[in-house]
Design a protein around this ligand. Structure first.
Ligand code: ZN
Length: 331
């Protein structure tokens, strides 16, 4: 629902901002937060700033001028909870420092849009959140955007034709990370996958992932790549390793958003960590050709079926029930 429209719109926002940034060269003045007002990297007036520590990282939350119904404390708590989910999933926060700029949208009821860049203005990562003036505490409780943006810090900046890997990984990891700190139930994670993952299937005329830059292929096609990779790694290792182990290794090797690495390096580090060649093999196929997935058969194997209220029912006797539990299990 919200994800489709919001996801699409901030993809567009991201592209237009990139243009703005590279063409006008207005970059951040990082670091100086103590002395009252200062300018953000897009020239907006920063009126308040608070730094928090999460998972070994310092997160600087800067408020641009503008009215919000929410208190600054509520917004900082939301950033902190989102960062905790990401730190829990990765074992620590993926980069040492992040700047989060909160930019209010006047007269807007519920918009939460995010964009994240690497290596900007002296920060390894900068996230800009455009926050509707009338967004409520309840909206923040249900929000996925902040967590999604912070997951982006855990992967090197990739070339444009591999944007699907950046968005797909964030789409896949975000609900799992929220579940691990109790912000989302396991049922909701799987309900979202069950109801939305089909958006990632190749449609008629689609080519490989690197050449089909539609919303469905970018967000859910990328997420489907991650799910299939996760299940394949777990099948091949008797559920001893998963995609998470690959992602931990990438972060532990310093592969955050502040780096420009070729994707092959990311995949090799990931494969080495799981003792498989799943990521490299899958990428070779998926990047070049459309690869349809039999999702109904996969849900059956994982023991996930549609339940009441848009939810799911789990089958503990399904052949891959343990794999499903491992994917969403907190450690
Ligand atoms: Zn994203």
């Amino acid at each position: 629902m919200g994800r489709s429209t919001a996801g699409w719109s901030f993809l567009v926002v991201c592209a237009s901002l990139m243009f703005l940034l590279t063409s006008s060269n207005v970059l951040a003045q990082g670091g100086d937060t103590s002395a009252g007002h200062h300018r953000g990297w897009r020239g907006e007036m920063i009126v308040a700033s608070k730094s928090i520590s999460v998972g070994g990282a310092t997160i600087q939350v800067d408020f641009a001028a503008g009215s919000l119904d929410l208190s600054q404390a509520d917004v900082v708590a939301w950033v902190e909870e989102s960062a905790r989910s990401v730190a829990k999933f990765y074992g620590r926060f993926p980069v040492a420092r992040v700047r989060v700029v909160i930019d209010p949208i006047a007269d807007d009821s519920s918009s939460i849009h995010g964009t994240t860049w690497g290596d900007m203005g002296g920060f390894p990562a900068v996230t800009r959140i455009r926050l509707g003036q009338h967004v409520s505490k309840d909206d923040l409780k249900d929000d996925w955007v902040m967590t999604h943006e912070l997951v982006h810090t855990a992967l090197p900046d990739l070339p444009d034709d591999q944007h699907w890997m950046e968005e797909g990984l964030a789409t896949y990891v975000e609900p799992i990370a929220r579940a691990e700190t109790g912000r989302l139930s396991e049922e909701r994670v799987w309900a979202e996958f069950l109801h939305e993952m089909h958006n990632g299937e190749p449609e008629r005329g689609d080519r490989g992932m690197n050449e089909t830059q539609t919303w469905g292929r970018t967000y859910w096609g990328g997420a489907m790549f991650c799910l299939i990779a996760d299940v394949s790694i777990r099948r091949q290792t008797n559920d001893k390793k998963g995609l998470r182990d690959a992602l931990h290794a990438v972060v532990d090797s310093g592969g955050g958003i502040d780096k420009d690495w070729p994707l092959s390096r990311v995949l090799e580090i990931g494969d080495r960590a799981t003792g498989t060649t799943v990521l490299t093999d899958m990428y070779a196929k998926w990047s070049e050709k459309p690869v349809p997935v039999d999702l109904p058969a996969l849900w059956k194997e994982l023991g996930v079926s549609a339940g009441p209220n848009n939810g799911v029912v789990f089958d503990a006797t399904a052949p891959l029930a343990a794999v499903r539990e491992s994917i969403t299990a907190a450690r």
